[in-house]
Design a protein around this ligand. Structure first.
Ligand code: PFF
Length: 457
């Protein structure tokens, strides 16, 4: 008998918490404000909302249908639905790309932990060069934290070990239980920080900026950005939702679940915008120096904001704890893609499959972590290992996996697959079936292809 147990989420709330937990990650938290800034504030927000509803939700439903109808991992789902073909390779690509993403995402998780520890010990706010401004100080801190000696490696390994701890406990006792605790905590901390920032004098300028659209900034590039962000922030094209939906009970309503997950992710992204832009305007940081992009936003601009706030250290502790929770619920979901695949394919116990997948990462992610230190000058095609993996997976592999998924569900799998999944095998009617199917067959493949081509060019 297979030692690998059949897994399922135990409750509806747990299932939603875990799926939202996967979606709300560093991509949602730090990429979103940056895209808003370059895409004309609310104009981008509007575009993003349209992309989520018209494209991402149908794509999400196609991944849900693959997972729940087969109750298999990403490779097994394709193999079961199309046994005598090479379609399993689409699932294989999802497993490979999710593994590659994990290699560098764990490193960013490690930085988050390092910043949290820095905020707790007070080291984060200690000036180390006399006479410099706060901006230079935090820039220097970031350099020190990401490139400095052993600590980025140790912290990355800590994140991997926490992932191992959660994953060996299984779907219900590990992933679901963790998400049930962490997601409410994340939400409450976001509310607290947002409430505080919005009460600051001068914060309204940022709210206005965030909600006032500047349509002149909408270019084809920004539109492609919004589409890519909608897919990435909902964890699509990584095999994650195929894997998670294989744990959904058979009475879960997929359309409702996809809307709840997308709306909750959207709410978090908007709350993040309502923290960053108002804080920058309240503390006079609305200049070109204060970029809201990626690492710089989270690790330079925000600590600077916290320093201006009364009780800044406490705010920094709350924020970096929140970021750590977001990173953990996402890394666990992406690791589960490989753990489920290895477990089912080689009929291994949960413990063994988790170790087989995550122990090698201790080495691979440490190498990625060194991209900012000792391996800074080791470049392949002009990219460091970290940047190369980031670019390869985000720009090429994710769109390809998403594209293969929609082509398979729209054109290869029997039409009945989607109908049965949307209606729980005819238990009720689905008014959205034709619209969803239309997007999956005609719109999504074209749009994802455009994203892919524009990423390559
Ligand atoms: N939706 C996730 C995010 O916004 O960060 C996407 C993701 C990326 C999930 C990397 C998991 C992961 F390891």
């Amino acid at each position: 008998m297979a030692k690998h147990q059949i897994n399922q989420f135990g409750t509806k709330i747990g299932l939603i918490a875990a799926t939202v937990g996967s979606a709300v990650g560093l991509g949602t938290i730090w990429r979103f404000p940056a895209e808003v800034q370059s895409g004309g504030g609310a104009a981008f927000l509007l575009l993003y909302v349209v992309c989520v509803f018209l494209l991402a939700i149908p794509v999400m439903l196609s991944e849900f249908a693959l997972g729940r109808s087969t109750r298999e991992d990403a490779v097994g789902a394709y193999r079961k639905l199309s046994p005598d073909s090479k379609w399993w390779m689409a699932g294989g690509l999802a497993v490979v790309s999710s593994y590659l993403i994990m290699c560098f995402y764990m490193v960013v998780g490690g930085w988050t932990l390092e910043y949290l520890l820095g905020a707790v010990s007070g080291d984060l706010f200690e000036p180390f060069y006399q006479g410099q401004g706060a901006h230079e100080m935090f820039n220097g801190k970031m350099q020190e934290y990401v490139s400095g000696g052993w600590s980025p490696i140790v912290n990355t390994c800590m994140i991997i070990i926490i992932n191992i701890g959660v994953l060996v406990c299984g779907v219900q006792k590990g992933i679901e239980r963790m998400s049930n605790i962490m997601m409410p905590l994340l939400f409450v901390s976001l509310c607290v920080i947002m409430g505080y920032v919005l009460c600051q004098l001068g914060s309204f300028g940022g709210v206005e900026y965030f909600f006032k659209p500047d349509f002149s900034k909408i270019t084809p590039g920004v539109m492609v950005g919004a589409l890519g962000q909608a897919l990435f922030s909902l964890s699509l094209g990584m095999g994650i939702l195929i894997t998670y939906s294989s744990y959904f009970p058979s009475d879960t309503r997929l359309t409702r679940t996809s809307v709840i997950v997308s709306v909750m992710t959207l709410v978090v992204a908007v709350m993040m915008g309502l923290i960053i832009f108002p804080a920058m305007s309240a503390f006079g940081m609305n200049d070109a120096n204060h970029c809201v992009e990626g690492t710089t936003l989270v690790f330079v601009t925000l600590p600077e904001v916290f320093m201006c706030m009364e009780g800044g250290r406490v705010w920094a502790i709350i924020f970096f704890s929140l970021l750590l929770l977001a990173a953990l619920t996402s890394t666990v979901s992406i690791a589960e893609v490989s753990v489920a695949f290895v477990g089912r394919r080689f009929k291994l116990s949960r413990f063994k499959s988790t170790l087989l997948v995550l122990l090698p990462l201790l080495l691979f992610s440490s190498i990625c972590a060194m991209s900012f230190g000792p391996l800074e000058n080791f470049k392949i095609g002009g990219y460091t290992i970290f940047d190369g993996l980031d670019t390869l997976t985000n720009n090429i592999m994710l769109p390809v996996v998403a594209l293969l998924g929609v082509i398979f569900v729209g054109w290869v799998a029997p039409r009945k697959l989607m109908r049965d999944q949307l209606t729980n095998n005819g238990a009720f009617k689905s008014v959205f079936e034709s619209a969803v199917m239309f997007v999956i067959r005609y719109i999504a493949p074209v749009v994802i292809l455009v994203i892919l081509i524009s990423n390559i060019l």
